[in-house]
Design a protein around this ligand. Structure first.
Ligand code: ADP
Ligand code: MG
Length: 355
């Protein structure tokens, strides 16, 4: 295990810039996730880190050692990096045990057997050593692939969309299991996904990517509650943007009332020195920022509802016509078209300057 550091890494195919100025630090033993829509450069970033792809500028370091620079790269096989792919890529003609032991061919038989047994136990497949990959389910095959990658004790594990071939329910369970396995091996790991639930279940750190750039590198909690820009706010979690006007540096007024909090994040970054009265912003409201209260005099019309078991996710039409979301305990089963009482439960303001 080792720390992974990317410093302003850029990569292009011909004239096409694929990743630009990519920087982040993944501390030793922690799990990071690159999260972003298809085509944003996630796989390319992993290929640069694994040593399958050179970089145009910047630096990649693993455990303090530089492995890629603009004009030099350490070959992939010398990086001590383990890879897990979307399609498992197991050797079909080798048994599960042989697959897991593949990276230990140079070790003595007893060392290899001990490590293979230990890993099969760790991934919950003890007793499957003699099976062939095709005899296992998709989820089991992916756990074999992970065990195979972990076997030589790499400094870093890289996983590219490891669960996207699996059905939703299994994906969620396996993300938690994989997190547990990686933590027990104390491995540093970077996982690529376009699925935010997976990223949130797995990662200590998430980097949201868009068009080859990291938009924000933060904990899942901070990404959700303090998105750095509109892209992150929109891509991570559900919510609605409501128009607002700044009253002063800690208050914004929206149609539902006055919100207290620190100054809007984007105003801060875009050179607006101080928040002035009447500055126009868009305020992010998450579904838990609006609560239903039958006694409230503030009313909104139920425009749509999605049953979630314990809760309904209501889409509400506010008096001005703006829309907002609200999570409401499901025993409050209101009809579409009905007006229901709401109140604000915002504990901090996230706002973006209106462009
Ligand atoms: P992601 O994994 O996030 O879906 P990729 O890293 O696979 O994204 O791709 C990022 C961009 O790079 C895409 O626009 C893709 O078309 C382009 N790309 C990927 N590989 C190559 C290649 N070998 N040559 C040219 N363009 C490529
Ligand atoms: Mg990809």
């Amino acid at each position: 295990m080792a720390e992974l550091v990317l410093e302003s890494v850029s990569q292009a195919y011909g004239a096409k810039q694929i990743i630009a100025d990519l920087s982040f630090t993944l501390p030793e033993g922690s799990i990071g996730c690159l999260l972003g829509p298809s085509g944003c450069g996630k796989t390319t970033a992993l290929r640069c880190i694994s040593g399958f792809e050179s970089i145009q500028s910047g630096r990649i370091r693993i455990g303090g050692e530089t492995v890629s620079e603009a004009d030099w790269m350490l070959p992939a096989e010398k990086r001590r990096v383990g890879m897990v792919f979307q399609d498992y890529a197991l050797f079909p003609h080798l048994t599960v045990g042989e697959n897991v032991g593949f990276g230990l061919r140079k070790a003595s038989r007893s060392v290899r057997t001990t490590r293979v047994d230990e890993l099969l136990e760790l991934v919950g497949l003890a007793g499957h050593a003699q099976h062939f990959p095709h005899q296992l389910s998709g989820g089991q095959q992916q756990r074999v692939a992970l065990a195979r990658a972990l076997a030589p004790r790499p400094r870093l594990i890289l996983m590219d969309e490891p669960f996207s071939n699996l059905d939703v329910e299994l994906r969620e369970r396996l993300s938690l299991e994989v997190r547990d396995i990686l933590k027990r091996e104390a491995t540093t790991a970077l996982i690529v996904t376009h699925d935010q639930h997976e990223a949130f279940a797995l990662a200590d750190w998430v980097g949201v990517m868009h068009e080859g750039r990291i938009q924000q590198w933060a904990t899942p909690y901070d990404l959700y509650h303090e998105p750095a820009n509109r892209f992150v706010a929109d891509f991570v979690g559900q919510g609605a943007l409501l128009t607002g006007e700044v009253i002063n540096d800690h208050q914004v007024e929206i149609e539902l009332g006055v919100l207290n909090g620190h100054i809007p994040v984007e105003c801060d970054a875009s050179g607006c020195d101080e928040c002035v009265r009447n500055c126009h912003v868009d305020v992010l409201l998450r579904p838990d920022d609006i609560v239903h209260d039958d006694d409230s005099l503030m009313l909104a019309e139920v425009e749509n509802k999605a049953f979630r078991g314990a809760e309904f996710l209501y889409t509400l039409k506010l008096p001005s016509g703006q829309r907002a979301l609200s999570l409401v305990p499901s025993h409050h089963n209101h009809a579409i078209g009905e007006k229901i009482g709401i109140k604000l439960a915002v504990d901090h303001v996230v706002a973006f300057r209106r462009t």
